[in-house]
Design a protein around this ligand. Structure first.
Ligand code: SF4
Ligand code: SF4
Length: 420
């Protein structure tokens, strides 16, 4: 898009598309689906309000002030609004591009943004650095020291570290692509944090895929999908990561790429959009996106022998599965086929839990409000097992279970289906 078409935006190249913004007819049908509107009751914290602000900036009716930036940064990018919009407003794309502008706008929280950017580029996107950093976290999660610190109450005073501790489950061994670089027809995407802290979910995914008849493998060389960077407005980094994954999965020869993390799957299905206009990668990105399929979507069309899981199961939709990919019936059907279980529907199961990538770290107040809503539902329904399909959500539910004061296990969908 030419700079002249987007006079109010500091970074014209990645500015929200005028045509995308113009699709919004301000009907307000999205407003009640929005978690931040549900909590605040404020129009500026609703999808319609945020689009209104973006249009006003684009048309130079208002400057890109700190207040405007704050309204966009409070958005969870859960895309619940997009799923219910009758006009097809691509809200996720608009918000990624609106956030891309913030680097060039007067910095309200400049150092925080720079620190975040540094961590996303130099830790999350580097498998060896990430592995080195998370090894002590895994040790701590299973050590007696953790219980001691919890009982002492000292974690309440450690800010983000205490919040992270509350979200930690009991991670098993990592599952890295180099552990399984054979061949087959179905490639499992293993991601970044998920392969380090949710190795059990990947191992369960492999077993379930194989039980369904797939020849599954995890190609070497894959890495972060880029979703966290894209949501943070770092589209250049998201594109770099997408290109690297495209090369890896092309070389793998796999016909199908199964993704068991909702956020990664949504991002990878949109690689074509992310790299549109890139002369070397646009077609390859479209081709890769067409090969990506969510774990439950893949299994829904196959003959999976039923496992067994005793107890009451509360399935919680991951936003990027339900809203961005339109997949909510498949996981429930797969869980419903398990022997011994009773599926319990909780109110607001499809509303964002407040994890939203790194949102729980940078917007703890809003994230906490949303987690408390989930905790209240868990307290009321007392499920034995809470199942979801995204690692960030799993972490948020670990904290919600503690907050609710109930005994419940939090499992990835693959772990639930792997139960016998
Ligand atoms: S985003 Fe869609 S649903 Fe929301 S106000 Fe605009 S047109 Fe209506
Ligand atoms: S993405 Fe989620 S939080 Fe953001 S405006 Fe839409 S519904 Fe609200």
């Amino acid at each position: 898009m030419a700079a002249s078409e987007t006079p109010g935006w500091p970074l014209a190249e990645d500015a929200p598309d005028t045509a995308d913004l113009a699709k919004c007819v301000h009907c307000g049908l999205c407003v009640n689906a929005c978690p931040t509107y549900a909590i605040t009751g404020l129009e500026v914290e609703s999808p319609r309000g945020r689009i209104h602000l973006a249009r006003a900036v684009a048309e130079e009716r208002i400057p890109l002030t700190e207040a405007v930036q704050g309204h966009w940064e409070l958005c969870l990018q859960c895309r619940a609004c997009e799923a219910v919009c009758p006009s097809g407003v691509p809200y996720g794309r608009i918000m990624e591009r609106a956030r891309a502008q913030l680097d060039a706008a007067p910095p309200s929280k400049g150092w925080e943004r720079r620190l975040r950017r540094f961590a996303l580029r130099n830790v999350i996107a580097r498998p060896r650095v990430l592995a080195a950093l998370l090894a002590p976290v895994r040790w701590f999660a299973r050590s007696p020291l953790r219980g001691l610190l919890r009982r002492s109450g000292v974690l309440r005073f450690t800010g983000p570290l205490g919040r992270l501790e509350a979200q930690l489950g009991r991670p098993g061994r990592p599952y890295r692509p180099r552990d399984n670089a054979g061949d087959g027809d179905v490639a499992l995407f293993t991601g970044c944090v998920m392969s380090e802290l949710f190795g059990d979910a990947h191992r369960a995914s492999m077993r379930v895929l194989e039980r369904s008849g797939a020849r599954a493998f995890a190609p070497r060389g894959q890495g972060c999908c880029g979703a966290l960077s894209a949501h943070d407005g770092d589209l250049a980094q998201a594109r770099r990561l997408a290109r690297a994954n495209i090369a890896t999965f092309e070389a793998s020869g796999a016909e199908t790429i199964v993704v068991n993390s909702a956020g990664c799957g949504a991002a990878m299905k949109e690689y074509g959009e992310l790299l549109a206009g890139d002369p070397d990668s646009a077609d390859r990105a479209e081709a890769m996106a067409a090969r990506v399929i969510d774990f439950s979507e893949y299994l829904a069309g196959r003959d999976l022998p039923a496992g067994r899981l005793e107890g009451r199961i509360a399935y919680q939709d991951a936003c990027h599965l339900a809203h961005a990919q339109g997949i909510s019936a498949e996981p429930r059907a797969l869980l419903g086929a398990l022997d011994g279980c009773e599926l319990v529907e909780t109110e607001g199961a499809d509303m964002c839990c407040g994890a939203a990538g790194i949102y729980s770290l940078i917007q703890p107040a809003m994230s906490g409000e949303l987690r408390a809503r989930k905790a209240a539902q868990f307290r009321e329904h007392k499920p034995d097992v809470i199942v979801t399909a995204n690692p960030g959500c799993q972490m948020q539910y670990e904290a919600a279970v503690r907050e609710a004061g109930i005994e419940a296990r939090v499992l990835h969908l693959a772990e639930a289906l792997d139960s016998e």
